[in-house]
Design a protein around this ligand. Sequence first.
Ligand SMILES: [Mn+2]
Length: 307
Amino acid sequence: MNEMATTVVTAGDKAFAWGALLLVASMRRNGMRHPVVVGAMNWPDSMKRRVEALGDVKIHDLPLSRQCVACQKPMLMACDDVKTDWVCWADSDAVFVGNCSEWLVGDDLEEIVVRKYDPPPPLLTEERLAIWRRDVEKLCGTALGESRLGNTTVNNPFIVIHRKWRPFLERWRVQTERVIAPDVITPWQKGSAYFQTDESVLGSLLCFDPNAPRVVERYKANGSVDKNRYFAHFAYNPKPWQMWNKYSMKWHDVVAPVAEWLVENDIVKAGELPLPLRESWWPVCRAAAPLAPWVWRAMKLKRKLLG
Ligand SMILES: [Mn+2]
């Protein structure tokens, strides 16, 4: 297999530590033995130890003073702990279903594996594309006149790129530090030209940087090639380890076996699992799922009010 050809990189703040644990556990459970690098912002030691117990995992502590965790993607993907020919970014709100090793290397060194938005996101206006182009020109000294991606951009919970593109990852890192405010801590910034922070910056480079990799035509990690082997990304809040909701309920059957595997392999004791990951709580969680968005908003509001 190609396991030693790719390093899997992920990251999360404290709220995503359980997500990262599930992600890496899903790899090991499916026989994916790739080296892993995890960016951990403000994690308790117990969670670091659990992820490390999965083997061949390097933890990078991310200082709280940094921009949002997602903005650390290019830095982590280009870090010296990535020693393989390829690097795969995988969001920590996701699991691998089946053995996905095949999707973790590209078919062509000149391409980046990342998914195009189709249809284009409504927030990507012509004015914003013009700002992207202007900023890329400032970074690179030159920029393409026409976007390579037309009027769309990319969605980046899953990326595969060859190490020969490290200078490109470095430009992505530098540009993220330049165009995203230092105090941005959440990835959604609707009012900004870079409305999805790191993801928008990557998009801007793929559109206008003359020396960027080509975006792969066919994205295969979503089950389009094999519906039994895919990257399952939990796009909406709350996340499955926090509270099940009507969007995420469909992922119960892929998440539950991973949580169970963690217990069977003594990485986690059954009583340490968050309630939504305990099978005995599933009937309650399922019944409460339609209310989850309201409960979640109320909890956020309470946190805001009480500091
Ligand atoms: Mn995500």
